[in-house]
Design a protein. Sequence first.
Length: 308
Amino acid sequence: MSMILSASVVRVRDGLPLSASTDYDQSSGMQECRKYFKMLSKKLSQLPDRCTLKTGQYNINFISSLGVSYMMLCTENYPSVLAFCFLDELQKEFITTYNMMKTNTAVRPYCFIEFDNFIQRTKQRYNNTRSLSTKMNLADMQTEIKLRPPYQVSVSELGSANGFTGLPVPEYKGTGKISAAPHQRLEPVTLTGIVSFVLSLLCGALNLIRGFHAIESLLQSEGEDFSYVIAFFLGTAACLYQCYLFVYYTGWRNAKSFLTFGLICLCNMYLYELRNLWQLFFHVTVGAFSTLQIRLRQPQGKSPDYNV
């Protein structure tokens, strides 16, 4: 008999279980699948947003969105389109019920366990396909799965139950190769981080405008110094690179941020005659503030070993 057996909601960045259905089946097959759930939860940040893991007579399907993953276990003959429609319903209800602030700041496992009530009701509906009244959604999902089929996760990619073997995650269509270092996720953005990002963009824009004005002055008067133009454009590049370092993880990220801040200071020192003290103070302060935010927004550490 094809049916959904269990489901859970997990935070992507660290594998923290937020909610799960109450399972009563204690068979050896189910116990093995729970181990796969636990192993998958540690790999979510390195996997595509729609995946399937086939484990013999069971399948594990999951989707991820807005930092939360929705996972379900079903029998191997359960229709894939129904499985992902089920996950889509869980996702919509969870996003409607809980805001991102709550999910990002949650510290206790299963702190949204009351969501189990909705999981159970939805699971019962999808286990009785005659009662389903979502034909349009099923048709849309069928088309979406054909256009972008779920990535097939192999058991070998997950490593062993007692620890990961370090096997590389292979390439999957449309996204290229996944590797831990260049694509490592950073911690969630804070309000001060957003402010520093916007201010860096503003400083870059101001430098760019002044650079074009310096070019106009250079064309109108041969006595102008072309090095001022270079200083303005270098300042623009430094500000934009600070924005890049804040958003993306790269090797030697902290060292690059300090070097970029040094370049901002040098450019403003050279432009001392063209700017007043308040302008210089503003540009250097924003550069220092952005460097601090880059330093504070570190890569996410290893996922805790939650008992999922």
